[in-house]
Design a protein around this ligand. Structure first.
Ligand SMILES: C[S@@+](CC[C@H](N)C(=O)[O-])C[C@H]1O[C@@H](n2cnc3c(N)ncnc32)[C@H](O)[C@@H]1O
Length: 340
């Protein structure tokens, strides 16, 4: 993490100030440190450049730990399957298997080949409309963000698809965040490989309990992140506490009359943020003024299953073909509550 972040951070548990003990600095990043809360004494470490601000009380289902170790474990006990995935011409693999091959290449640190493979897989896994809408949404957001100043904090950054686009196209310092330290360690290696790490800080925390001081963030973003946060509870109130200017939310919304997908969404417990009307209502209830600033529609199909990795799936949604809305919401702290 970059030293400028020290001014923005506080204890995620009690919001008191942190006492910093910096142990090792790199050229630009703090590599190793300890931050002790002056109020509750909790110590938060910085390791391998990643600030770890996780609190013990929130349950955390870290799918990156589970998926990565399951896949690695499976392949180590099935070397024949690994050969069928990795040692054949790419075009002979089913699209989902091409995608899994990209994941394995990335795990092995072969980032260039992983990216080429994933790009090829995406063209058949997703419909053309899906890819076009997704690109349009990202490009419009980059245009919007080029006009803001100061650091941009991105929430639930995962494999940093959006962070990477920002780091390639914007001069701003960027803070990528996720509650999985594992995915952030992976991000660091990939960003370093592509020469994009200099401007990026990595922080591990739960979006429902963030380590930022009140109004410390001018610009917060999230790309398909909100709907991945289970049991969001008062998530939007917590985010309102830390944002002073704008929260740019890149989302996908499902049609409300789409019974098959609605049932699957309900079962995953994600309903509130995957439909436009309730999502916007939640923002209003949590003290935001939210408006849609960009929208486009495209057909989406369920992602195909693996053949070599028999039956393995990619995206949980959609479960049936549907017309999705790619929607960017600009949310600003409502003045009504800002003066309260
Ligand atoms: C699939 S990613 C979204 C795409 C990502 N923004 C990108 O640009 O590539 C969703 C991420 O949300 C993270 N996540 C889920 N619940 C979270 C929480 N409560 N706090 C922080 N991150 C969370 C997951 O670990 C996952 O990496």
């Amino acid at each position: 993490m970059h030293p400028y972040l020290i001014e923005m951070l506080a204890c995620p548990a009690c919001h008191d100030q942190l006492q910093w003990h910096i142990i090792e600095r790199g050229d630009r990043h703090i590599e190793t440190a300890e931050a002790q809360c002056k109020g509750c004494d909790t110590v938060y470490p910085v390791r391998e450049g990643i600030g770890i601000f996780l609190t013990a009380d929130l349950p955390r289902e870290d799918l990156w730990e589970q998926v990565d170790s399951k896949l690695a474990q499976y392949l180590s006990t099935h070397p024949d399957v690994e050969r069928q995935l990795m040692d054949v011409p790419l075009e002979t693999l089913a699209p989902a298997d091409q995608f899994f091959r990209a994941m394995i290449l990335e795990e092995r640190g072969d980032y260039a080949q992983a990216k080429t493979t994933a790009d090829i897989a995406r063209t058949t896994i997703y419909t053309q409309e899906y890819l076009a809408c997704s690109d349009e949404q990202v490009n419009k957001a980059l245009e919007y963000l080029s006009a803001v100043d100061g650091p941009i904090v991105d929430l639930a950054s995962g494999l940093c698809h959006f962070v990477e686009k920002m780091a390639r196209n914007l001069p701003h310092p960027i803070i990528a965040t996720d509650f999985s330290p594992r995915v952030l360690r992976r991000d660091r290696r990939r960003l370093e490989f592509f020469g994009l790490y200099d401007n990026v800080s990595l922080l591990a925390f739960d979006a429902r309990r963030t380590p930022f001081r009140d109004k410390a963030i001018k610009t917060l973003t999230t790309y398909q992140g909100l709907a991945n946060i289970r049991e969001p509870g008062s998530l939007l109130q917590e985010l309102r506490r830390i944002v002073s200017d704008v929260f740019l939310v890149l989302s996908i919304f499902f049609p409300e009359d789409d019974a098959a997908n609605k049932a699957a969404i309900d079962e995953l417990g994600l309903a509130s943020l995957l439909f436009r009307r309730p999502a916007l209502a939640h923002f209003t209830e949590a003290g935001w003024e939210a408006k849609v600033i960009h929208s486009c529609f495209g057909q989406a199909r369920p992602t195909p299953l693996g053949v070599v990795l028999d039956g393995a799936g990619i995206d949980a949604l959609p479960v049936a073909e549907t017309n999705l809305e790619w929607c960017t919401v600009e949310a600003k702290p409502a003045t009504r509550l800002a003066h309260a």
